[in-house]
Design a protein around this ligand. Structure first.
Ligand code: SAM
Ligand code: DTB
Ligand code: SF4
Length: 320
């Protein structure tokens, strides 16, 4: 997929500085032109390996460098993963996303991952994995198994990245994204807002997404979930209107990508979520949990959808 544009610092910053109503009017027109504005795609997440991650991402509950309340768990077995996918399917999810607290997966994990992808696709669900950095061979193996999406976030601007993570570079992230982009796997790449970044960092984060060799089909915009024990635990929360602006500018810059509201949604009032759907968000993480932190229950989200007249994107017919 190609990003709209050309985008540069001045025209992206100018969108952030628009009067709120002008920005929302503009983004909603773009949204309507490209998507049914009353449909939301829902994905369910599962942490298939939790904790003891060697990376030092300042936001993350799973880093071995921080003392957080998270319980470490080894790689799950296939039956437990498929059971969770079946449960997700029964609640109406169309995509099953699996995350691992790894810097990179080990080659020995790929037999299991291959079977997991094939079984979950057999249920009629799309598959997404987020496992950290990948080698060329690992990308080929995931592609051969039929993986639909690979999630690998750039998280913030290239400039601010060094303040958040020191055990890898922004360029390391781009390397994996390049490899995935050259395969048949679709790129899912976004970031975390509310980590103390400036508006210019938000501009540069979106410009970095737009400059990627393969523009993402799926863009998760997380709000920092400030977990006790992480270095960002006491970061002041982002203003909901500032968050809505980020969603709006993302929609304008990436008119045909799914823009996903993910972490932080459980703390948003329905009014903020409704504003984000109007501003161009058309996907959510849905289920009881993200990876280690909470989400609203499906019942709570379904009630909100009813009030807003939103429908979930329908599930594919079961492929056997
Ligand atoms: N280890 C792999 C990696 O880093 O790519 C996959 C799992 S990692 C937890 C997936 C993404 O979750 C991160 O890139 C980050 O964007 C998001 N994330 C992690 N902790 C978060 C938090 N406390 N608040 C918001 N987003 C978070
Ligand atoms: C993404 O951008 N958000 C999801 C998914 N990709 C893997 C993860 C959010 C994690 C929030 C913190 C947690 O639950 O541990
Ligand atoms: Fe590890 Fe991923 Fe968490 Fe960073 S975000 S500490 S790489 S699990």
């Amino acid at each position: 997929m190609q990003a709209d544009g050309p985008w540069h610092t001045d025209n992206v910053r100018a969108m952030f500085d628009l009067p709120f109503n002008d920005l929302l009017f503009h983004t909603h027109m773009v949204h309507r032109k490209n998507f049914n504005p009353n449909e939301v795609q829902v994905s369910t997440l599962l942490s298939i390996k939790t904790g003891l991650c060697p990376e030092d991402c300042k936001y993350c509950t799973q880093s071995v460098h921080h003392k957080t309340p998270v319980e470490n768990k080894p790689l799950m077995d296939i039956d437990a993963i498929v059971a969770a996918a079946k449960k997700a399917k029964s609640t109406g999810a169309t995509r099953f996303c699996m995350g691992a607290g790894w810097r990179s997966p080990k080659d020995r994990d790929f037999d299991l991952l291959d079977k997991v992808i094939r079984e979950i696709k057999g249920l009629g669900l799309e598959t997404c994995l987020t496992l950290g950095m990948l080698s060329d061979q690992q990308v080929n193996q995931l592609e051969a198994a039929g993986l639909d999406y690979y999630n690998h976030n750039i998280d913030t601007s290239p400039e601010y990245y060094k303040k958040i993570i020191t055990t890898r570079t922004f360029e390391d992230r781009i390397e994996t994204l390049k490899k995935v982009g050259q395969s048949k796997i679709k790129v899912c790449c976004g970031g975390i807002m509310g980590m103390g970044e400036s508006i210019d960092d938000r501009v540069n984060f979106l410009l970095a997404l737009a400059e990627m060799e393969t523009s993402p089909d799926s863009i998760p915009i997380n709000i920092l979930n400030p977990v006790p024990g992480t270095p960002l635990a006491n970061t002041p929360p982002i203003d909901p209107l500032d968050f809505t602006r980020i969603v709006a500018v993302t929609r304008i810059m990436f008119p045909s990508a799914r823009v996903r509201s993910s972490a932080g949604r459980h703390k948003m009032p329905e009014s903020t979520q409704a504003l984000c759907f109007f501003a161009g968000a058309n996907s959510i993480h849905y289920g009881e949990k993200l990876l280690t932190t909470d989400l609203p229950t499906p019942q709570v989200d379904d009630h909100m959808f009813d009030k807003l007249g939103l429908r979930k994107v329908p599930q594919k017919a079961l492929c056997t």
